[in-house]
Design a protein around this ligand. Structure first.
Ligand code: ATP
Ligand code: ZN
Length: 228
């Protein structure tokens, strides 16, 4: 439940792949800020639009809790957390408002290089273990494909799981494929085409933030169109 506010608060990644492109995009929309000492909060100067600098994983939850109004986050993270919420019976609290054209990557299934890949059905009935940081997206895909594999949830370094013997295959984000190759793995199936997105609450706003969000989206559409 979000309180009534007359300033808009946008969560972006503090550091990492999406941090700089997110700030550049918002700056191109005419926003400027005064940074706080700890650099976690940036006070909007040109418009009443503030930034909160956080870990990308926290962004969907911050929107769901009404702490932030909008967020720039990978579709992979947004979909994963939406799936996890659905699994425990929580309502959908946020939605994707715009695709932003940066941070492109794929969530892919990868297998040892020496496997001959004929398709997902070859995984059925083998009692295989798949390591991933995206368990809810993976479980959904496995159900669709009617594959009875075990999902091993890891928060990082998923690509070394097969070498460590924690899992036979992995499901991870891939952009160039170099990390997979360095670990003698090859991508075989795409579960999700991802990029950075602007996320907002499922319900929208019913105060001054509505007009602010509308203006920001209009400006963003202009910027994204020119970039195409
Ligand atoms: P944080 O400290 O904010 O938790 P992180 O390590 O989880 O950082 P990054 O590695 O910066 O996050 O990735 C942020 C997002 O960038 C990913 O969620 C994804 O949407 C996107 N991305 C694009 N290419 C890749 C890639 N090759 N590997 C991982 N993420 C990628
Ligand atoms: Zn993260």
């Amino acid at each position: 439940g979000a309180a009534t506010r007359d300033r808009l608060r946008i969560a972006i990644q503090k550091s990492g792949r999406l941090a700089e492109p997110a700030r550049k995009l918002l700056a191109a929309c005419g926003l400027s800020w005064r940074e706080s000492r700890d650099k976690l909060f940036c006070y909007g100067e040109s418009l009443p639009v503030d930034l909160l600098l956080v870990r990308d994983d926290d962004i969907p939850g911050l929107i769901a809790d009404g702490v932030c109004d909008l967020g720039v986050v990978g579709r992979n993270e947004l979909d994963e957390q939406a799936g996890a919420r659905a699994q425990i019976g929580l309502p959908q609290a946020y939605r994707e408002l715009r695709a932003l054209g940066f941070g492109q990557c794929r969530l892919m299934l990868a297998v040892p290089e020496d496997w001959e890949w004929t398709g997902p059905e070859q995984l059925r009935g083998k009692g295989l273990r798949i390591a991933t940081s995206y368990p809810s997206i993976l479980v959904g895909w496995l159900q669709e494909q009617q594959i009875d594999a075990q999902v091993v949830e890891l928060s990082g370094s998923v690509e070394i799981a097969p070498r460590l013997g924690t899992a036979e295959l992995i499901c991870d984000l891939v952009s160039s494929g170099a990390t997979l190759k360095a670990n003698q793995l090859k991508p075989v199936e795409t579960l999700l085409e991802s990029e950075a997105v602007l996320a907002g609450p499922a319900g929208g706003f019913d105060d001054a933030r509505a007009a602010l969000a509308q203006m920001l989206l209009r400006r963003m559409d202009g910027v994204l169109q020119v970039r195409e």
